[in-house]
Design a binder for this molecule. Structure first.
Ligand SMILES: Nc1ncnc2c1ncn2[C@@H]1O[C@H](COP(=O)(O)OP(=O)(O)OP(=O)(O)O)[C@@H](O)[C@H]1O
Ligand SMILES: [Mg+2]
Length: 264
């Protein structure tokens, strides 16, 4: 197996968010989706971002992926300040350095599993990497027997494994997953969490998972809790024995701080 498929490229700091603010206009109103968020994620860390619906989790993830322009602050990813990049350079940066995984898998239905997985290399003109990297990746993710199947012939868990393989084929510095288990039954969801954790440990992948499920967050090393667009608190999962005690702590910290609406 090739070593480059098995370990992420080293970067000093995969994510450094500095006082990041992102606003959206909704008619007359302005929504501050994230406000003054500062956060550092270290090489090889597995971080879960938790928070209620609307707390800004996806917006933060999109900011890390360079999918959204910031109103204030800096987002430095893989030692690159994203705000300094033109749209074309940002697209290229994202293709090369970021692996994205979504709740709804986002696979192309007319392509086979392996065609979906290799698409990011082909669109980036790096088809030469396929020969060396595809087979070890299919093998590691348990997809070899399913490689020629189209998404509709795969289970949800298999489809998400294809999406994870697609996110890894470019050997990204950072893997970002937004509710990756949200469309899966609990057993398949736990298997995806275990896989992400193993990829982090075996390959030193840096992984950020957005979730509202304590059973998912417990697989990470660190949990960042968002509320009303702010980082409310963070804690280490090793401080909790299981998902239930983590859930209790999470509920307590979220309840302990009134929302902006409650304060008004
Ligand atoms: N493109 C957009 N245009 C307008 N408002 C937006 C946009 N994206 C997000 N928002 C608003 O920003 C806030 C944060 O949204 P975000 O999607 O980041 O929350 P979230 O924590 O991911 O929620 P969920 O758990 O429901 O996915 C919300 O009030 C949302 O309505
Ligand atoms: Mg979201």
């Amino acid at each position: 197996m090739s070593t480059s498929t098995l370990s992420a490229p080293a970067v000093r700091s995969p994510v450094r968010a500095e006082h990041v603010t992102k606003r959206f206009r909704q008619g007359e109103a302005v929504v501050e989706a994230i406000k003054d968020v500062s956060l550092t994620i270290d090489d090889g860390e597995f971080v879960a971002v938790m928070g209620a619906s609307g707390s800004g989790k996806s917006t933060l993830l999109h900011a890390m992926a360079g999918l959204t322009r910031l109103d204030e602050g800096r987002m430095v990813v893989a030692d690159t300040d994203l705000s300094g990049l033109s749209d074309a350079k940002l697209t290229r940066f994202r293709r090369r350095k970021i692996g994205l995984v979504f709740q709804s898998f986002n696979l192309i239905p007319t392509l086979t599993a392996e065609e979906n997985i290799t698409l990011p290399l082909l669109t980036d003109g790096r088809g030469d990497r396929i020969k060396e990297h595809l087979d070890p990746l299919l093998d590691r993710l348990g997809l070899t027997a399913r490689r020629r199947h189209r998404p509709d012939a795969l289970s949800g868990g298999e489809q998400q494994r294809v999406a994870i393989a697609r996110s890894l084929i470019t050997d990204p510095a950072l893997v970002l997953a937004d509710e990756p288990t949200g469309s899966l039954d609990s057993v398949s969801g736990q298997n995806i969490c275990r896989l992400l954790r193993e990829l982090c440990e075996e390959q030193r992948r840096t992984i950020v998972v957005v979730t509202h499920e304590p059973a998912v967050a417990v697989w990470a090393g660190r949990v960042v809790v968002m509320k009303d667009g702010h980082v409310l608190t963070e804690f280490r999962t090793s401080d909790f024995g299981d998902a239930q005690s983590l859930a209790l702590h999470y509920q307590n910290v979220v309840k302990a701080t009134p929302t902006a609406k409650e304060q008004a």
